[in-house]
Design a protein around this ligand. Structure first.
Ligand code: G3I
Length: 403
């Protein structure tokens, strides 16, 4: 039935197959590049009126702008410190309030806490009239080396209570807010896979399998919020997560799962006050649907929750090398996103995950294939404003005044 495949035919067939795959890849690559180039609008106007800082423009609308800061940079980079004070109303330690980021780690041993860096950051903020927020109390990353061998289902509750009472208690009355629990919902693509496999879409299945879930059960989130509220009744308590921004199956599934979690917590009377949307954006992402995002924000606000944009930045990992084009596309991403989220009155705060390209996590975590320096933030490595700064300023200027 089948004609005997000679060696020659097989070689021709293989070459043809490789050529077809190669052509397909080149075509897809070409189209994706065309879609990204179409994001650029060389004539888009990023004009900003006046000389006010981002802090002043945000405050004029009842908003707050701020940034994440790596402790030692405050002491080592005076130009950065000067810019922070001028542009920001709120700071968040990128590392210092995690359980364990070396040099110095907050909790190097189970019964040892090192507050030296946090105390210095708090003193800096208070001295400059800035607010400080805490990040983060319960997360599955940046746990200490001793955690795995020390913490078990018998002592996990006590160790978490000790952490929250010690850390939150020390700064009670001085912190604007806390990311109490960070990234407790599964990755969006896993949620989509569960749906395709007809796994029931409920909180239990949506929760990320973290050490905290394994050790304390699915009520650990409620417990963490209650402990934090008890330790500092004045602080705004936030659930913080990412992957909520785009019109993709994964982000849609994540938005639904986060909303389900928030509804569950509110129904139990959990002392949760806000959703933190990290907003690590991708300048090459073309699936952005403002109406879908606004609808999600409305649903969150309808629970009586505020919304904070907590880790905003825009990766240029997949953008062409041309710097002017990259800056324009990144700026448009900032302005499109912020004009969408700021149309929701419940959005109160915008925090970028760093303020200068010199110190972005993206340099290490999402480097560009061409090895060029990344340009995700409002200021360049020399602390000069970029178009991204203009875009954020314009979004604040065009935002409605918060009551
Ligand atoms: O400082 C130590 C250094 O002494 C040591 O030699 C080296 C060995 O790996 O590690 C260094 O610490 C690293 C630290 O960044 C400083 O570079 C940690 O390993 C590394 O895990 C840490 O990454 C941080 C990451 O969170 C994990 O904590 C990133 O800077 C930080 O930007 C990132 O921020 C997270 C938010 O907290 C949550 N949302 C996502 C966001 C981005 O991943």
């Amino acid at each position: 039935m089948f004609k005997k495949i000679t060696r020659r035919n097989f070689i021709w067939f293989s070459l043809g197959f490789v050529a077809a795959v190669g052509t397909t890849k080149v075509t897809l690559n070409y189209h994706s590049k065309q879609k990204i180039l179409a994001l650029d609008n060389p004539t888009k106007d990023f004009t900003v009126i006046g000389t006010s800082s981002l802090k002043e423009r945000a405050a004029a609308k009842g908003l707050m702008y701020g940034t994440a800061i790596r402790n030692h940079h405050l002491w080592e980079d005076s130009k950065l410190a000067e810019t922070l004070v001028k542009e920001c109303q709120i700071l968040v330690p990128e590392w210092a309030l995690k359980w364990y980021i070396p040099n110095p780690a907050l909790r190097p041993e189970p019964n040892i806490f090192d507050f030296s860096e946090v105390d210095k950051i708090l003193a800096f903020a208070q001295n400059k009239g800035l607010q400080l927020r805490g990040h983060t109390l319960v997360w599955h990353e940046s746990l200490p080396p001793w955690f795995q061998d020390t913490v078990n289902s018998n002592n996990a509750q006590q160790i978490l209570e000790q952490h929250i009472n010690t850390v939150v208690g020390r700064y009670a009355g001085k912190m604007h807010s806390w990311d109490v629990v960070n990234e407790a919902i599964n990755e969006g693509y896993l949620l989509v896979r569960e749906q395709k496999n007809n796994i029931p879409n409920n909180l239990k299945n949506n929760l990320r399998k973290t050490p905290w879930l394994e050790l304390l059960g699915d009520n650990y989130i409620d417990k963490a919020f209650r402990l934090t509220h008890q330790a500092d009744p004045t602080a705004t308590l936030v659930y913080n997560d990412y992957g909520l921004d785009y019109d993709t199956d994964a982000d849609e599934a994540k938005r639904n799962a986060v909303l389900n979690l928030l509804e569950n917590l509110k129904s139990k009377g959990t002392p949760i006050h806000a959703l933190g949307i990290q907003a690590h954006l991708d300048a090459s992402e073309t699936n952005f649907n403002p109406d879908k995002l606004r609808s999600f924000l409305r649903d969150v606000a309808s629970l009586g929750l505020k919304i904070m944009i907590t880790e905003l930045d825009v990766t240029d990992e997949k953008l062409p090398s041309d710097i002017e084009m990259r800056d324009r596309i990144i700026a448009k991403t900032y302005e499109d996103y912020l004009s969408t989220v700021l149309s929701e009155p419940a959005v109160t705060t915008v925090i970028t995950w760093g303020i200068s390209d010199k110190y972005s996590w993206l340099s290490d975590f999402k480097p560009r294939p061409d090895k060029a320096a990344v340009r995700p933030l409002p200021f360049d490595a020399n602390m000069n404003r970029k178009l991204g700064w203009n875009a954020i300023a314009r979004a604040f200027d065009n935002a409605r005044l918060r009551s």
